[in-house]
Ligand binder design. Structure first.
Ligand code: HIS
Length: 412
């Protein structure tokens, strides 16, 4: 029998879902503290939105669907693009938006991964070092919340490399080849590749040193100054230095490294770009950058910067490192009751649930494997509340609730 559900995601068990929800709650809470508001975009989008603009998702990677009128749609392959279109159409600036949405892409390298959840933010605002640093700080703050040991944000610049390459006047194919070599930091191959091109030696030397421009920001800036070939490169390096200065004022310098060989797969980026890495995951758990020109393709210049976490990778990192904290018991309270006390027990359950407690009820004697922080027993001759091995008897709901609140001052 053919499979009817294409389940490309691992981690679809009930337990995994609970961990995932907790992770998402943390991310959302942090995004909110920086002034972001949640939105969603449509799952189905017109193929034209992607096929007619430059610098979007690779056409072959999109998953296409035909609607009943024969129009070609795609399943949302990216969130930044539709949100930018919305911002461009509404001509709003200073917008801070966040999302938790699935994106659908299929590449040859990862044919069996089609569906991925992203938790991301987009900030429509001017290209200033303060704005850029604030967004980077949000990424760092969120990673700190998750207590992922040894995480790092690598910061680069989409324009720095372009400004350098512009000196070499390469064909598109040569450019793509070179980008791939730089991305894999394949120094010997880069040398070989460049030796076959007729370009000036200073340019060659500069391109060759790009993969080495990695590490402590101050050192990288110093080394990068030595290969500057034009004003544009000088200016962009200065921008990066300024962002670093603001990040230092946040006290975040330990979480960042500079990587001027950094290349992000989306080519709408126009300025600072970055990726987040955690121990034990080979791929970046977050990617982002500034994309000031994307809005123009939808009718309005809306400078913007943003990033997205790959939620599935984050979960993988958290479970691999057992870094996911507070795996709480499955319920706050369990009420066990004798049949004669069913009415008391069930009304108590109703009132406690109305107060927001997570409550389960069982007839006394029922086998139960679920943990809880406290237990309430409605026995024939008495009612007992048990919390951390401490017992309190009670006669009515008011008394019970007072005891719960007292215990609650401790840890409930
Ligand atoms: N949409 C980008 C991430 C991003 C959000 N904002 C800017 N960049 C991606 O899928 O990699």
């Amino acid at each position: 029998m053919p499979p009817y559900i294409v389940d490309t995601n691992n981690g679809t068990s009930v337990e995994d879902f609970q961990i995932r929800e907790k992770l998402l709650a943390k991310l959302k809470k942090r995004f909110t503290t920086y002034g972001y508001k949640q939105i969603r975009t449509s799952t189905f989008e017109y193929y034209d939105m992607y096929s007619t603009v430059k610098g979007t998702v690779n056409k072959d990677d999109m998953i296409k669907v035909i609607d009943s009128s024969g129009k070609v749609l795609v399943l949302r392959p990216d969130v930044t693009i539709p949100i930018t279109r919305m911002a461009a159409v509404s001509k709003q600036d200073s917008l801070r938006l966040f999302y938790v949405l699935d994106i659908f892409r299929q590449s040859i390298e990862q044919a069996d991964t089609k569906e991925n959840t992203q938790a991301g933010i987009e900030y429509f605002g001017e290209n200033t070092s303060e704005n850029n640093a604030e967004v980077l700080m949000l990424a760092i703050h969120t990673l700190k919340d998750l207590k992922l040991p040894n995480f790092k944000i690598e910061i680069g610049h989409a324009g720095f490399f372009k400004a350098l390459i512009a000196e070499a006047s390469l064909s598109q194919t040569e450019m793509d080849q070179l980008l791939a070599l730089i991305q894999s930091k394949n120094i010997a191959e880069i040398e070989l590749f460049l030796s076959e091109l007729s370009i000036n030696n200073d340019v060659k030397r500069a391109i060759q040193s790009i993969p080495m421009l990695y590490g402590n920001p101050t050192d990288v800036i110093r080394q990068a100054e030595e290969i500057i070939l034009n004003e544009e490169m000088q200016l962009l390096l200065e921008n990066l230095r300024e962002v670093y200065e603001v990040l230092k004022n946040y006290g975040a310098e330990d979480s960042i490294v500079f990587n001027l060989g950094l290349i992000n797969h989306m080519n709408y980026y126009s300025g600072i770009i970055f990726q987040g890495f955690a121990d034990s995951v080979g791929k970046p758990v977050l990617m982002g950058g500034r994309y000031d020109n994307l809005g123009k393709q939808y009718g309005a210049a809306v400078p913007a910067i943003g990033f997205a976490f790959d939620v599935d990778l984050l979960l993988h990192a958290l479970t691999r490192q057992e870094a996911f904290p507070d795996q709480a018991p499955s319920a706050d309270m369990i009420i066990y009751y004798e049949k004669e006390k069913q009415k008391n027990a069930l009304t108590t359950a109703f009132r406690l649930r109305s107060e927001g407690y997570q409550v389960l009820t069982f007839l006394t004697g029922t086998t139960n494997t679920i943990d809880s922080k406290s237990a309430i027993h409605y026995e024939n001759n008495q009612n007992v509340l048990i919390h951390n091995n401490e017992k309190r008897t009670f006669t009515n709901f008011t008394e019970l609730y007072e005891n719960i609140l007292q215990f609650g001052k401790g840890d409930m």
